[in-house]
Ligand binder design. Structure first.
Ligand code: ADP
Length: 164
């Protein structure tokens, strides 16, 4: 049984994340999509909201579980008996940070491998940050995120008194 962990903020989950998780689900027996607390990043959605949106989005994939986590990723990976971490690489601009992260994780635990997957080229421009920006400016985000995320963004960003 080969399990991998796909960690991220998923604030919110996008079609780019889904592309990566679908590829991972074909390659491995089980994928744990691990939603990181990451309070330091001041997420738009709470940990539980991000988990709920991700759960809905992967409901068609039988071998994908969604969990939340905090703390050191390598400890989480070992505790779940996973063989690797999956990360998405969109463009060269992702490379430097992802490379550092992968090598730091290897330093922390040399048994934890990192596997990089490239999304379909049409998702290579997509990020949660840009999706939130477009949604704030009342642009149409439906081509970029699952329908429940469109709805969640709409209701979150139209809340009275909201500054962003
Ligand atoms: P983090 O805050 O850990 O970067 P994200 O939710 O932004 O979390 O991203 C999680 C992972 O998914 C990262 O490896 C990121 O590079 C990857 N990713 C994000 N958007 C895309 C996309 N459009 N296509 C492929 N991979 C992506």
């Amino acid at each position: 049984m080969r399990t991998v962990v796909y960690p991220g903020s998923f604030d919110p989950i996008t079609n780019g994340h889904l592309d990566v998780v679908q590829r991972a689900a074909k390659m491995f027996d089980r994928v744990i999509l691990a939603v990181a607390r990451n309070e330091g990043k001041h997420p738009l959605f709470s940990l539980e909201e991000r988990k709920r949106l991700a759960l809905k989005a992967v409901s068609g994939l039988g071998n994908v579980a969604v969990e939340t986590f905090e703390g050191l990723l390598v400890d989480y990976v070992i505790a779940h008996r996973a063989c690797a971490v999956v990360r998405g690489l969109r463009a060269v601009s992702d490379f430097e940070f992802e490379f550092q992260l992968a090598l730091m994780n290897r330093k922390l635990n040399e048994n934890v491998e990192t596997v990089f997957l490239m999304p379909k080229d049409s998702y290579s421009f997509l990020s949660s940050r840009l999706v939130k920006e477009v949604a704030r400016l009342k642009g149409d985000v439906s081509p970029f995120v699952p329908p429940e995320v469109v709805e969640a963004l709409r209701s979150r960003l139209s809340a009275p008194g909201r500054q962003d």
